[in-house]
Design a protein around this ligand. Structure first.
Ligand SMILES: Cc1ncc(COP(=O)(O)O)c(C=O)c1O
Length: 244
């Protein structure tokens, strides 16, 4: 299961509903899976839901056939949308109750929300998290982290995770150097500047009489022109005035 407006790789279920148009996306209560690339025909094992909607996720999980839920913990692949209070906690609890794994796609949010990723920022621990991008300061490096009994499956459980660049020494060195460089003091300075920039932009837009929502986090935010209220999900974001 994945969420509209998010970008995930999942075996043959890659790139569904990454940025569907409003008509193609179908109604909010029953989103339509939209192929993100030519060559994708069906994804029978994949369902797409609207993000920030605990009720519909609960209802879908209750059917008892979901193995895993993968989602950005804050929606930053499109916009910069925070989870509504209680949403992530509710998702984690519903996944536990219905025996589905919860996987956070921390590829964008990791090391931008903060040093320890979304789980520390939001105090919600998923079963697995995926990191890339900032983890090695732009070097080609990605990581899957999570519960030991799941990660052990790559070693003893017969789960294949091979690849040309797995353990690539230059990328590994870049990741270690990046991680050693990321100090709490750096984050403090970035946060202060990020907030100042975000608030300054908000004031400038207001003074210029431009309707816009400046939303997001200290190190990562988004300007949604033309919105009356902060976007809560991908469908809200579609109402942005992109031309402006
Ligand atoms: C939210 C999100 N998840 C996953 C990915 C894919 O990561 P990678 O390019 O490392 O496969 C991207 C974009 O690259 C992304 O924006």
């Amino acid at each position: 299961m994945k969420f509209e407006g998010h970008y995930h790789g999942w075996f043959d279920n890659i790139l569904w509903s990454t940025a569907p148009g409003e008509n193609a996306a179908g109604p909010a209560e029953a989103p339509v899976k939209v192929a993100g690339s030519v060559g994708q025909e069906t994804a029978p094992d994949l369902d797409v839901l609207g993000w920030n909607d605990l009720e519909r996720l609960e209802a879908r999980l209750a059917r008892g056939d979901i193995a895993a839920v993968i989602m950005e913990p804050a929606m930053c692949n499109q916009g910069a949308i925070a989870p509504t209070p209680g949403y992530l906690e509710g998702v984690a609890e519903a996944c536990r109750r219905h025996k589905a794994l919860l996987i956070f796609d921390d590829v964008i949010t990791g090391f931008r929300l903060g040093r320890e990723g979304a789980q520390k920022w939001f105090c919600v621990t998923p079963d697995l998290s995926i990191f890339a991008k900032a983890i090695a300061n732009g070097f080609p490096f990605a990581a899957i982290v999570g519960r030991a009994n799941l990660l052990d499956m790559f070693v003893t459980g017969g789960v294949l995770h091979g690849g040309t660049f797995n353990g690539q020494p230059v990328a590994m060195a870049a990741m270690v150097a990046t991680q050693n460089a990321l100090t709490p003091e750096l984050y403090q300075g970035w946060s202060q500047r990020g907030l100042r920039l975000r608030d300054g932009l908000r004031n400038i837009l207001r003074d210029a009489g431009l309707k816009a929502q400046v939303t997001g986090f200290e190190l990562m935010f988004h300007v949604g022109f033309g919105l009356d209220a902060p976007a809560r999900n991908y469908r809200d974001l579609l109402r942005c005035d992109k031309a402006l």
